[in-house]
Design a protein around this ligand. Sequence first.
Ligand SMILES: [Zn+2]
Ligand SMILES: [Zn+2]
Length: 146
Amino acid sequence: MNCSCGAAPVVALKVRLSRDELPCAKCGGQIVIDKMKAPREAMHALRRWVDEAFAIETLWFASGDYADWAKAELDNPKSKIVKLGLEVAKKVPNAWLIWETHAGARQAVDKYLDHCPICRDPSEPTGLQPAFGLGCAKCRVAGSAV
Ligand SMILES: [Zn+2]
Ligand SMILES: [Zn+2]
């Protein structure tokens, strides 16, 4: 299903099986990255985040020699990939970095986001889909409300 929000989608920065799409946190549909409207520099940073996050998730999922390193990058609020994601979430209009925890057995868990992983403040309702229903508007981080 494609995003039905027209000119005002809510971009969820979350790795998918495809590097060409991101989920819309408002309607739950898919946003085609090539059709997004944002300043050139923001789109450039977005593409870089998608490519790098996808590569690191792939290393984690492969459970090989780099899996522990990849998990540490993905779950560390201070890692380069998380910092880039936070930057993109502020540059692209209506974007949120989606926080997940990379558990064992190749599972990314949508953990109930009771506090912001970046500033540690309590999270607040975002009004978006339940998987992105709690977040920190200041840091532009959202996570599961269920
Ligand atoms: Zn939408
Ligand atoms: Zn925060």
